[in-house]
Design a protein around this ligand. Structure first.
Ligand code: BDR
Ligand code: CA
Length: 304
């Protein structure tokens, strides 16, 4: 049976791959995309989401959510733009495609109206999801799982201790990590193993379907314009987890989001001894990278 999900994103080059997998894979039933500020301003992440969906022919509801974090001052990423090469402002046609409802309400309504439990996937700062839970706590009963790309049990990437998505809104992460929700955390220590090497470029080029060509063009455009070689592909690991969780090694851990302002702000701190009476987070410890790529390649081959 297809897994019903809501995807919350802040594109972001790597978010685009998560949207592609979620929108196209046969085992995922994408019930909508909510957009949050993160890698870029909300206006920009929203436009990127619309561009990604139109580029890959993904037809789903798209709703704009929070334009900044709950409490802290807003930060954006310097080099994760996801410029698909379509440089333009939002058009009237774009605006028609945006749901006439706030992203946070879209999450609440979708869960509320669903008979079954649904999975939420977060690949940006967790502001929309935490707001939804704060506004309407009963929805946690409708959430099967929350799968996030965020945090790290090793070093960080935005500060020595913190990963970008958690650092961009630690208070939202804290709300969710202390809620009833079953959380799967796929952190930096795992996602930074997924690297877009020259071999990946070649492989995607060689698949040569309509879909692979669109993705390849996006990748080439990014490499030429950002000048970044060997990008790390963090976000699609979340969707890969839902498709084939066996490619991950998981461990349960007690975890704390550090909220004290200072050099550990936004760190996902792990406790060595497990206290079974405290909430445990399902933490991905490793990934079979080859199998990850196979999921993507297989999808690209199917689409012509
Ligand atoms: C995360 O931060 C963002 O820049 C990426 O899109 C990813 O979600 C990696 O730390
Ligand atoms: Ca992201």
């Amino acid at each position: 049976m297809k897994k019903k999900i809501i995807l919350d994103v802040d594109p972001g080059y790597d978010d685009a791959f998560a949207i592609l997998l979620a929108g196209k894979h046969k085992s995922i039933d994408l019930q909508g995309i909510t957009v949050v500020a993160g890698n870029q301003s909300l206006e920009r992440t929203l436009k990127n989401t619309l561009d990604i969906c139109s580029n890959f022919n993904i037809d789903t509801k798209i709703a704009a959510g929070m334009s900044g974090p709950l409490l802290r001052e807003k930060i954006i990423s310097k080099n994760n733009n996801c410029d698909l090469g379509i440089r333009r402002d939002l058009t009237k046609e774009d605006i028609i495609k945006i749901e006439n409802i706030h992203g946070v309400n879209h999450i609440i309504n979708t869960l509320h109206n669903s008979k079954e439990k649904m999975t939420i996937v977060g690949t940006g700062p967790l502001t929309n999801i935490a707001m939804a839970v704060k506004l309407y706590p009963e929805i946690t009963k409708k959430i099967e799982k929350l799968v996030i790309m965020g945090g790290s049990i090793g070093r960080g990437n935005i500060t020595p201790k913190a990963e970008f998505n958690i650092f961009a809104d630690p208070e939202s992460a804290h709300i969710l990590f202390n809620s009833e929700i079953d959380i799967v955390m796929i952190g930096l220590h795992v996602t930074e193993k997924i690297i877009i090497t020259e071999e990946v470029f070649k492989k995607i080029k060689s698949i040569d379907t309509n879909l692979s060509r669109k993705l390849y063009n996006m990748m080439i455009y990014d490499r030429e314009n950002s000048g970044i070689e060997n990008r790390k592909l963090h976000d699609p690991a979340t969707i890969a987890y839902l498709i084939h969780k066996d490619i991950f090694q998981m461990e349960k851990m007690n975890m704390e989001i550090i909220l004290e302002k200072g050099n550990r702000y936004g760190q996902t701190k792990v406790y060595k001894e497990i206290d079974k009476d405290q909430k445990q987070i399902n933490v991905a410890m490793d990934i079979n990278v080859e199998e990850f790529w196979n999921i993507l390649y297989k999808l690209l081959r199917l689409e012509n």
